[in-house]
Design a protein around this ligand. Sequence first.
Ligand SMILES: [Zn+2]
Ligand SMILES: [Zn+2]
Length: 348
Amino acid sequence: MAAYSAAGPLKRTAFQRRALGPKDVAIKLHYCGVCHSDIHTIHGDWGPVQYPQIVGHELAGEVVAVGASAGRFRLGSRVGVGCMVNSCRHCAECDAGFEQFCENGNTQTYGSRDRDGSITQGGYSTFVVVDEDFVIAVPASIDLAEAGPMMCAGITVYSPLRRWNVGPGKRIAVSGLGGLGHMAVKIARAMGAEVTVITTSPDKVQDARRFGATDVIVNSASTDWAKHKRPFDFILDTIPYRYDIDPFIPLLKRDATLCRVGVGKLSEPNAFSQMGLVGARNAIAGSNTGGIRETQEMIDFCALHKIKPVITRIPMSGIDEAWSKIVAKKARYRYVVDMSTSRNTALT
Ligand SMILES: [Zn+2]
Ligand SMILES: [Zn+2]
């Protein structure tokens, strides 16, 4: 399903994946999670798009072909692919396992120029060919439909929770309870932290508690922010739009950080009060997905702690409606496209 313009709708299309290289595996996709980034990308919020573009970076499926010198997976292996499909492999960041920060620019799963000059096409498709080094093994206890959203939403929250040492004795807040936020609550709880959810949706309060939050702050015009006296060691902010960030900074303890993983439109940078930050030496930071090694660590952690995303399976034909619901904050909590409803029978 490809976008031919920013306005949509997505249309069914046939295209050719690259021939299997020696280090590649071919994956028959069973599911692909639907991320807000897919929508931002196609709408041109993050820069120009070369249409037609196929998005989707929460891929899950089974290996159906293995390149001559690829040895990590076998036919039938259950695997996932996230936001990256390659990187330079030799810069300091790649050497340190931070392929997402590759100094030479990594190759994103969609919308990146690949080494052969083509533009990469994402997971709203029936098959993908990927270098095996960028493929994640899915533990046996995790359903493939639930593995999809871990590939972006899961790692995007796991990585900063680890980086800021979230664990026992820490009190944190998760701001925004969507695809990323609900995974963040579950993972932070499993790490041993006490979690508060900050949401604009009063009807998500019960869900937040069910996911493991001890407290919920409903963010509205009448919220009394002043009654919260610097409670948090860390705030993970998953809001994918510009918003008024200033009331959140005084919720941080001295030296604590608010980390943004939701990214708004390039044309709408987020302003904030410098005065707010100097009040207790606070920081606003950003984080972007995670490395391949850390992504494997994340999904193994989720298997160990029985953490799963809350998903709604949709057919590929339901994608435009799903996008509208995501933008309207109606997703509960991750849409996952079921490829079996979309497969071209000539290709299965
Ligand atoms: Zn994503
Ligand atoms: Zn690199």
